[in-house]
Design a protein around this ligand. Structure first.
Ligand SMILES: [Zn+2]
Length: 696
């Protein structure tokens, strides 16, 4: 049976945790249905149409987190996900369980608060199906209940705009995926009947339309998505995803979140139509963005527009959630392990880097080389001419003057967990690694696989199979691009498998209860060159390592003058705002010789604790000799308090790449300890290279 046939018959293969309800008939009352024909919705895990993606998603809740990832999600629940009142407007309102009152500073009343609340409800809806935490459950459940009772054509709850309906629609998709509650699918389906505009963000509900098409077979949904794709996204010269722009030489430029939302149509169209051009364009477009805008921490330059990566580039936190979600569709469509590598690097580095370590505060903008996270640094200004973004965006706060990131950050890790395992033809694939358990049904047999590991802090991953009867199926295992020495054992014996970096290896065999597959992914130090070799970043496996700058932490329990007016009179609730000022040296450079570079690095391991992203207790540290660059001082000295009144006088932060004169080192090199990027607040990640031949 080929993949196409298999997937078309995939009703044979569903998540075992799903109880299959009797399918209720879909009554043809909306204009989506043009004939008397009726459609039924299959539970998640079934397709009623041919599905062309290489992988398919498992129902939400089929993969359960364990170990450090579970502990992360528990911190989320104890932090922002369970206490949105700290995040100010609109998170301190009813959100989707009523009509959100207008913001104190008028802005996009019809859609803006609905978009932000939608991010939050989506993230927490998923979270609820991954961990059992009553504190985090109340708000998303109340919102979903209200939406089911107050929706209609073009309307989800009180939201009547297609773009926020895309955002909250993902919460409904997640809830349907986890529960197969037919009311959810009907509500979403009816909303879509009044949601088609085809332009910009208002065309984005194609994500929901294609999902519903897959489980209902209603061709009108596919037709709407196809029109959106053809009329606006592909063939409109003003669109940033215009086909000639994708095929041309210039970088793709757009607002970062918009770009991530828009590009996902390409892999989605391939999954549901098999159009090879859609997949080809998708690969071109995503690789173009990656080639121009990938940051050392796996994030995408977005302040707020996509830009070419520089030493002082930043990203908006929304872009971490949005791009990791968008890359996930590329992984589903193409089966290319590359996109899983991209997601892991973003989730293991950029994500923990933007959040405080108890998940009670976040940055709006963050950077690989941030040496000051204060309320008044010049970094709060936009990079485009004339933009003066609000202040304090690089400090760690529960409430920012622009609200999107505080809601969106709650999505990133729950999304990661749901995509750690995917369906592949006839079996399962471990796509994104980490401690977890997956339960599925294969050939009518319930199968569970426990993934025991301390990855990405350790190299070994054990997959333990639980099944009542032996069952033959393929198990796909990703071999990351960074790993050229992978090995696989089955019950202690080397497996006969091709282990090529950047591919999936497939073990097809009869698995018995208690079988153990052990994947070892040796992690060597890898130095990535940046900016024509003028700087390097340090990676080991999927983790990026940084100099953790000694920091002075300042807590505020009142809104600053700069942010008060935009926080809707919220004042700070339970979680203080945090500023970090440098309290130690950070102006380091590296004597770099690619040939023997790795020999200078010493890896030190210690036990993996519940929170591996505490600088005092990181499970892996790397010692390396670095030299101080005293000439670099001029660019940062003025950050010492009190800050000048005129922001333009502030030094550049994130730090800028030192020029050759500033790269003159003095004195002996000293051993500096690098820690995982995600454990830091203040950090130097891209180490300037000291030109060879200069006096030591
Ligand atoms: Zn944002």
């Amino acid at each position: 049976m080929n993949r196409r046939q298999f997937i078309a018959r995939s009703a044979l293969f569903t998540g075992a945790s799903i109880s299959l309800p009797a399918l209720s008939a879909f009554s043809a009352q909306t204009d989506l249905v043009t004939t008397a024909q009726t459609y039924e919705f299959a539970p998640s895990g079934h397709f009623k149409v041919t599905y062309y993606g290489h992988f398919a998603e498992l129902p939400v809740g089929t993969v359960k987190p364990e170990g450090w990832i579970k502990a992360w999600l528990e911190r989320q629940a104890d932090g922002l996900s369970g206490h949105p009142e700290n995040m100010a407007y609109p998170y301190d309102t009813c959100m989707y369980s009523g009509k959100i009152p207008p913001p104190s500073v008028p802005h996009g009343e019809a859609w803006w608060p609905c978009e932000q609340s939608g991010y939050f409800i989506d993230g927490t809806t998923r979270l609820n199906h991954l961990i059992d935490n009553p504190k985090a459950r109340q708000i998303p459940e109340a919102s979903l209940e209200y939406i089911l009772a107050h929706s209609g054509q073009g309307k989800l709850g009180e939201s009547v705009w297609p773009w926020p309906n895309t955002v909250i629609g993902r919460a409904l998709l997640a809830e349907y995926s986890a529960t197969a509650n037919i009311k959810i699918a009907l509500t979403l389906n009816e909303c879509l009947a009044g949601s088609w505009d085809f332009k910009g963000r208002d065309g984005f509900p194609f994500e929901e339309a294609l999902y519903l098409y897959g489980i209902s077979g209603n061709p009108n949904l596919l037709e709407h998505a196809r029109q959106s794709y053809n009329q606006y996204f592909k063939n409109d010269p003003t669109s940033f995803s215009y086909v000639d722009k994708i095929r041309g030489n210039d970088p793709l430029r757009s607002h970062g979140c918009t770009a991530a939302e828009q590009l996902k149509l390409l892999p989605l169209m391939y999954c549901y139509t098999g159009d090879p051009e859609a997949l080809e364009l998708a690969d071109l477009a995503y690789r173009k963005v990656e080639g121009d805008s990938l940051m050392p921490d796996g994030g995408i330059v977005s302040s707020e527009h996509l830009g070419t990566t520089a030493f002082n580039s930043r990203h908006e936190t929304c872009d971490i959630s949005d791009w990791s979600w968008s890359f996930g569709y590329m992984l589903l469509a193409s089966g290319d392990a590359h996109w899983a590598d991209r997601i892991e690097q973003m989730i293991f580095n950029a994500l923990p880097g933007v959040a405080s370590k108890d998940f009670k505060q976040l940055q709006y903008f963050s950077a690989a080389n941030q040496v000051l996270c204060s309320n008044t640094a010049s970094s709060t200004k936009g990079q485009l001419a004339g933009q003066t973004y609000g202040q304090a965006r690089m400090s760690y706060r529960a409430a920012h003057d622009t609200e999107c990131c505080a809601g969106n950050v709650n999505r990133a890790m729950p999304n990661y967990v749901t995509r750690m395992w995917m369906r592949m033809e006839g079996g399962l694939a471990a796509t994104l690694f980490g401690p977890s358990e997956v339960k599925a049904e294969i050939d009518g047999q319930p199968v569970a696989i426990t993934e025991e590991t301390e990855y990405p802090f350790r190299e070994t991953i054990s997959f333990k199979i639980k099944t009542p009867k032996p069952v033959m199926f393929p198990l796909g295992l990703r071999i990351p691009e960074w790993c050229n020495a992978a090995s696989v054992m089955v019950n202690g014996e080397p497996a006969d498998a091709e282990l090529k970096a950047g591919t999936f290896t497939v073990l097809k065999r009869e698995f018995k209860d208690g079988d153990t597959v052990t994947l070892t992914l040796p992690m060597s130090i890898q130095l990535k060159e940046w900016f024509d070799g003028r700087a390097v970043s340090v990676q080991r496996g999927p983790l990026v390592y940084s100099v953790a700058v000694d920091e002075r932490r300042v807590e505020s329990w009142h809104d600053t003058e700069a942010t008060r007016s935009t926080l809707n009179g919220n004042n700070i609730q339970g979680f203080p705002a945090l500023e970090f000022f440098p309290a130690g040296e950070w102006r380091y450079g590296i004597d770099f010789d690619q040939k023997n570079a790795a020999a200078k690095f010493k890896v030190i391991e210690s036990p993996v604790r519940e929170n591996p992203f505490l600088v005092s207790a990181t499970p892996v540290r790397i010692e390396v000799p670095l030299r101080v660059l005293p000439q670099w001082e001029a660019s940062w000295k003025a950050v010492i308090e009190p800050p000048p009144a005129n922001l333009d006088l502030m030094p550049q932060n994130p730090a800028s790449l030192p020029d050759e004169a500033q790269c003159q080192a003095t004195g002996e090199s000293k051993i500096i300890t690098l820690v995982p990027y995600g454990a830091t607040h203040l950090r130097l990640t891209t180490l300037p290279v000291i030109p060879a031949g200069k006096p030591a």
